[in-house]
Design a protein around this ligand. Structure first.
Ligand SMILES: NC(=O)c1ccc[n+]([C@@H]2O[C@H](COP(=O)([O-])OP(=O)(O)OC[C@H]3O[C@@H](n4cnc5c(N)ncnc54)[C@H](OP(=O)(O)O)[C@@H]3O)[C@@H](O)[C@H]2O)c1
Length: 326
């Protein structure tokens, strides 16, 4: 079978398509014929580890896991003897983050715990956009104690045009929030098309200096200091950042909670991420079935052009999700 592999860290150029043995499922494993996979920022973060201390967990000098790709949707082709939830022919999707990666391939083979059934009516392509990004969108709009934005709250999504942002914009709209999306010039119409009430072009306007305040800010990739963000956060407001490079992440982990507490706000890094958490997946698929969320697919690349797919996202050209189709 064909699979995208990388043996060392580096740019997208380190990724190559290889012919490898098709695995046989054992124990509680299912062999899934991938019908669609999607690219996430985390795939790129794994190529050139970001933040850098991630190397402590995924391999100091070289990646321990050569397979790449997180989001997968496909058909169960074979099951191990311990499998209880799926049978051959089932349509499934999942986030391979905790299950060895490898969705940029013709097959993934891992524990059945990685997967959920694809709801009737959801295509493989739409399902493949959801596992990593849509779940982060839901969880960025909910604190550990269950608090979420309320109807009428002013919500700002910084990074509204990427993988997580389009889901976060639409979910916040469903909550009844007044939503502002931040993106570069050429993607503002796309962000409006998702339902954002207001858009801000980050190439000309720094939202932290624009004189407006928000009740909830989701930052998909930290580009402002915690002190700057505090200026744009209403008293009692919430700032959740999902990721970024090493220093912003450390500042968000250590400094933001202190700044927030001292100023009557809740600020910090999303530390309560539960990958592919079933209730959150259900929430998103229900919103899609109700026509309230639409997976935004930018374009599709065949598996043998997986490097181009990764570059398309890395170069900032994607509006929404990019699919890899084996
Ligand atoms: N906390 C956790 O447990 C956890 C778990 C998994 C993943 N993550 C993180 O979640 C994040 C997911 O992000 P994603 O996949 O949505 O990323 P993405 O698709 O790359 O989106 C990043 C966004 O940042 C915007 N951006 C780029 N430069 C900017 C600037 N200078 N100012 C403002 N915005 C700028 C881009 O806007 P334009 O495209 O318009 O330029 C883009 O919309 C990643 O940071 C990942 O590391 C966190």
């Amino acid at each position: 079978m064909k699979a995208a592999l990388r043996e060392r860290y580096g740019s997208t150029d380190v990724v190559e398509l290889h012919e490898i043995d098709k695995p046989q499922p054992v124990d509680d494993e299912v062999l899934v014929r991938v019908r669609a996979a999607s690219v996430n920022r985390a795939d790129l973060d794994g190529l050139t580890p970001r933040p850098q201390f991630v190397r402590l967990f995924i391999g100091l000098r070289a990646p321990r896991q050569p397979r790449i790709g997180l989001d997968a949707a496909g058909l169960v082709e074979a099951v191990g003897p311990g499998v209880t939830r799926f049978k051959v022919g089932d349509r499934v999707f999942g986030d391979m983050f905790s299950f060895g990666s490898g969705s940029f391939a013709e097959y993934v083979c891992t524990s059945e715990r990685a997967f959920l059934p694809i709801p009737v009516g959801l295509t493989f392509e739409d399902a493949a956009t959801l596992p990593h990004s849509a779940v982060l969108g839901v969880q960025g709009l909910r604190l550990r104690d269950g608090r979420t934005p309320k109807a009428g709250d002013r919500v700002l999504i910084d990074g509204a045009s990427g993988n997580v942002g389009p889901f976060a914009v639409q979910i916040a709209k469903d909550m009844g929030a007044e939503v502002t999306g931040v993106a570069r010039t050429g993607k503002l119409d796309f962000v409006r098309s998702l339902g954002a009430d207001h858009v801000i072009d980050y190439t000309s306007t720094d939202y932290t200096r624009a004189g407006k305040v928000y009740d909830w800010i989701v930052d998909t990739d930290s580009h402002h200091s915690v002190l700057a963000v505090r200026r744009a956060l209403a008293p009692g407001g919430v700032y959740v950042t999902l990721g970024g490079t090493s220093w912003p992440i450390l500042a968000a982990m250590l400094g933001a909670p202190l700044v927030g507490r001292a100023t009557g706000r809740r600020m910090g890094l999303l530390l309560w991420w539960k990958p592919f958490n079933p209730p959150d997946v259900d929430r998103v698929t229900e919103l899609i079935a109700a026509g309230k969320v639409r997976p935004a697919i930018d374009r599709r690349f065949p598996l043998d052009q997986v490097v181009d797919a990764l570059r398309w996202v890395d170069d900032g050209r994607a509006k929404g999700k990019v699919l890899v189709i084996p």
